[in-house]
Design a binder for this molecule. Structure first.
Ligand SMILES: [Zn+2]
Length: 155
């Protein structure tokens, strides 16, 4: 079963936003909008509102009050609470939230260093910002973190 959790993250939880995207979830934030707009957008877009603002949760009890301070701990907290299944980690652009598309080597030829083209065969592109990604050292480091979160979820 594929899960399609969608989140709206309060603007002071941008570290959590990034972690949710790393884990493969659709997560957005709005900057400097009133709580009423956040609540409206969460309802209209079918997104789970994540916040550390008690007043916001009092006004909109469907919102989730995040207790942890550190972004990765916050992501773990949310994942535990909602029993999230992490099925597609590192498949989203962390900047744009868009799902990455696999592209051919020929397509990335001019944008990637020759050495990278030599080492890697699989490349992905963000359809929004057009950034190219590959499973290099940054990917591997993040994947280790994802595995640690997965372990913490199952343990
Ligand atoms: Zn992007």
């Amino acid at each position: 079963m594929t899960e399609s959790w969608r989140f709206l993250v309060d603007e002071n939880l941008l570290g959590l936003l990034r972690w949710l995207r790393i884990l493969g979830f659709d997560a957005i934030a709005f900057q400097a909008v009133p709580d009423s707009v956040l609540i409206h957008e969460a309802q209209v877009q079918g997104r789970i509102l994540l916040t550390q603002d008690r007043q916001l949760v009092a006004d909109f009890p469907q919102a989730i009050l995040v207790a942890a301070d550190e972004p990765k701990a916050q992501a773990l907290e949310v994942a535990k609470r909602l029993k999230l299944q992490i099925t597609a980690p590192l498949t989203r652009c962390l900047k744009c939230n868009a799902e990455l598309k696999e592209v051919s080597k020929a397509h990335v030829n001019v944008q990637v260093a020759p050495k990278t083209l030599e080492i890697y065969d699989q490349f992905f592109e963000c359809p929004v910002c057009r950034q190219i990604f590959w499973k290099g050292s940054h990917f591997k480091k993040l994947m280790k973190e994802v595995e640690a979160i997965n372990q913490a979820l199952s343990g």
